[in-house]
Design a protein around this ligand. Sequence first.
Ligand code: HEC
Length: 109
Amino acid sequence: MIKIRYIVLVFLFLACAKKLPPEKQAYYDKGKSLYIKHCITCHNPNPSRPGASGPPLKNASTELVYKKVLFGTYPDGYKPKMPGRLMKVFKGELNKSDTDAISIYLQNL
Ligand code: HEC
């Protein structure tokens, strides 16, 4: 009886632990290291919180990260969390696959 309870607990634990499919996990890891390398001078190392000068980025959409990071613009109709154009543009430094990876990280925190 105890053994069955134990197995059920382990099963529940595994079912609850957040696990991404391997390909997404690779993107997540890449996105996380790019975020730490390029973004945390202004955004918080914990993307749920406001940073030194930038707003929280948790759950930022793929399109938002792409446009803001590479072009300094926003998706049509998007209302920015903070006004202004202080953020640098990373065109030439990062590409679309990089911004996709960063958004997968931000969406799966
Ligand atoms: C030089 C400081 C700085 C750096 C570095 C920086 N940001 Fe920002 N970011 C800002 C500021 C300030 C804003 C608010 C709008 C503005 O002033 O451009 C912002 C806004 C944003 C927004 C829009 C959020 C919203 O919902 O309105 C996104 C997305 C974003 N940053 C992503 C990133 C990512 C990803 C990186 C790293 C690749 C990064 N930023 C690096 C300062 C920075």
